[in-house]
Write a protein that binds this ligand. Structure first.
Ligand SMILES: Nc1ncnc2c1ncn2[C@@H]1O[C@H](COP(=O)(O)OP(=O)(O)OP(=O)(O)O)[C@@H](O)[C@H]1O
Length: 288
């Protein structure tokens, strides 16, 4: 079970004087259950790429399959396959439009043709998931909420669809550090609890290093590197050429290693770094 992109290219305003090729010859497979981050400089083609994953954009060349169903045909199978992919756009709160939070979250499940009982169950679960108290918030207008809360309602609306693949395009853009952490913790929790595949677009290496088990680095519309975070961060030259920084935690570990402390430079989290530094220091003390 996977989403496959076979030699996918996309050109905006094709065959006009303004045409712009945004992605070129992309071959990728994203399997069910993966946590993939797509990272790259602004304009590298990340948003264009992910808008292909649920058939929102149709490739100028190449093809996309979801669980072996080819997208783009107007048949029932293709429509059902697209519904397996939930999409949270940049600034999703701009897409809230119903009068109540309940109605906004229920909108997608209603469109799936689900019954009232099932819709209610999903709305409750989705609100609970994003930490919005059902009884307190269900009748409120989404437009009376803070930016972070509006964002949570928008994410709940996609979660309520119970997709197999969840695509999030910069879901924490514009939020303060607390809001960012809250959103990212929820995404990680959802992934762990349900096994949903997460495809997360980000500019920020530090954010994705902690969460994703695979990084896809985009440069000028192409995939520059694709692999496990620790392996991707070893491609320092490519990353620098791509305009990306390696995570600060890895820079720190490399600096310590250069100064003679035998630390593990593959660590991705603060806890791993602390453990590695402590054990390197203990080793040094033993050697004395
Ligand atoms: N609607 C559009 N019409 C014309 N060109 C576009 C359009 N959307 C994007 N582009 C161009 O396609 C290229 C890739 O854009 P895209 O938005 O996919 O990049 P991105 O990596 O997601 O950037 P960002 O991080 O800034 O969101 C850019 O050169 C951009 O200017």
């Amino acid at each position: 079970m996977s989403i496959q992109l076979n030699n996918v290219s996309y050109t905006y305003m094709a065959r006009t004087p303004f045409e712009k090729q945004a992605i070129k010859n992309i071959n990728l497979e994203i399997k069910k259950g993966e946590f993939v981050a797509i990272i790259g400089h602004t304009g590298s083609g990340k948003s264009t790429l992910v808008q292909h994953l649920n058939g929102l954009l149709k490739p100028t060349n190449g093809s996309i399959t979801i669980d072996e169903i080819v997208l783009g045909k107007k048949d029932e199978k293709s429509k059902l396959a697209r519904k397996k992919v939930g999409m949270v756009f940049q600034y999703p709160e701009h897409q809230l439009f119903e009068e109540t939070i309940y109605a906004d979250i229920a909108f997608g499940p209603k469109n799936l043709g689900l019954g009232k009982k099932e819709i209610d169950k999903r709305v409750r679960r989705a609100m609970n998931f994003v930490n919005l108290d059902y009884d307190m918030y269900k009748e409120r207008s989404p437009f009376q909420l803070s930016g972070g809360q509006m964002r949570r309602v928008a994410i709940a609306g996609v979660v309520a669809l119970q997709p197999d693949y969840l695509v999030l395009d910069e879901p924490a853009a514009g939020l303060d550090p607390c809001g960012r952490d809250a959103i990212f913790n929820k995404i990680v929790e959802l992934h762990k609890k349900t096994g949903i595949a997460v495809i997360l677009v980000s500019h920020n290496m530090d954010d994705v290093a902690k969460m994703a088990s695979r990084l896809i680095v985009m440069k000028s519309g192409e995939v520059a590197v694709d692999g496990k975070p620790a392996d991707v961060f070893k491609e320092t030259e490519t990353l620098v050429n791509t305009g990306l920084d390696i995570p600060q935690i890895i820079s720190l570990m490399r600096a310590l290693e250069k100064r003679g402390l035998p630390v593990n430079t593959d660590v991705l989290t603060i806890n791993q770094a602390v453990d590695s530094i402590l054990s390197a220091l203990r080793g040094k003390n033993h050697a004395k």
